[in-house]
Write a protein that binds this ligand. Sequence first.
Ligand SMILES: NC(=O)c1ccc[n+]([C@@H]2O[C@H](COP(=O)([O-])OP(=O)(O)OC[C@H]3O[C@@H](n4cnc5c(N)ncnc54)[C@H](OP(=O)(O)O)[C@@H]3O)[C@@H](O)[C@H]2O)c1
Length: 350
Amino acid sequence: MTKIKVGILGATGAVGQRFVQLLADHPWFEVAALGASDRSAGVPYKQRRWVLQPDMPEAERDMTLRLGEPQNFGDCQVIFSATPNDVAERVEAEFAAAGFYVFTNAGPHRMDADVPLMITDVNPEHAALIRVQQAQRGWSGFIVANSNCTSTNLTSALKPLHDAFGLEKVFVVSMQAVSGAGYPGVSTMDISDNVIPYIGNEEPKLEEEPLKMLGRFTGDGIDFADFAISAHCNRVPTLDGHLECVSVALRNQATPEQAAEVLRSYRSVPQELGLPSAPDPCIVVRDEPDRPQVRLDRMAGHGMATVVGRIRRDPILDLKFVLLGHTTVRGAAGGSVLNAELLLQQGYIF
Ligand SMILES: NC(=O)c1ccc[n+]([C@@H]2O[C@H](COP(=O)([O-])OP(=O)(O)OC[C@H]3O[C@@H](n4cnc5c(N)ncnc54)[C@H](OP(=O)(O)O)[C@@H]3O)[C@@H](O)[C@H]2O)c1
């Protein structure tokens, strides 16, 4: 199979580097171009600081960074975007209008009515919104968005529970790793020996995005899920892996054991198709009283699984549990790559 050529916007950042890492030796995609700001354009990638283990892949080391604009990516079909929001708002629509298939991690287009906000294991059927988007905007390309990293993990765990029992209320408290703030991100002086009980604009995302992703595709839009989410978001001094403590009220009662079974047995389209980046299982349920833990569990399913534990009765709502997901793998780059694998398989990319 001839590999699809992809470009990465924001390739020097926390998410961009994760894209480079995850796409090295990918069976279907080949990195052909790397983009960054005008501070980096023209510079070989190897001259920029690499913050992941293992070292920067050999194939990208001598690539020259390009300014992230469509005319500089003519040798690519797919664009993985990891640029700041203000840049994404400006350039992603230009890329899609120019015929590129854009998978974005940025925020501006997530809640657009004609943009699929996709977690491949949760709402693969929302991909059909692409045809609505292309018809409405006259684009041959498209934009598909990833959710916020904290929303991704939460929604992945809520999906089986919503399908089986119906969600009525969700209360969530997050403990979010510093990689979620990008590189170099939060200053050491701010985060060491500390928990910061505020992440700008994060709580509204966590309260809205899951409702779109758990909504129903109606043929021309998304009918949002009908339950309420209350979120508290905190930045904590971990590197990778967002931990979330969740309480839920259910429309149909369930025991902790029933909820655990529903989560443990959840399978979706990526697992059925055997997509290269699909975790199987996509939800790992831990029975130990002290799991999941950030350092021990964030790489479950190569960083693509959501880990759930401590499922128990909640004396105020119905059930409560703890979940964990990798910030820049499942919560960002890996989620985008899995979306792209599905859309290639389904003929949206050609
Ligand atoms: N970090 C996460 O876990 C996470 C999760 C989900 C979504 N996101 C979203 O993903 C995007 C990237 O986040 P990040 O954490 O990777 O950020 P980051 O570490 O700050 O990286 C930003 C990247 O964008 C480039 N850039 C900055 N200004 C630019 C400009 N004017 N034109 C073109 N490129 C520019 C930077 O290039 P230079 O090196 O040249 O400055 C760098 O490659 C953001 O929209 C963020 O909200 C992040």
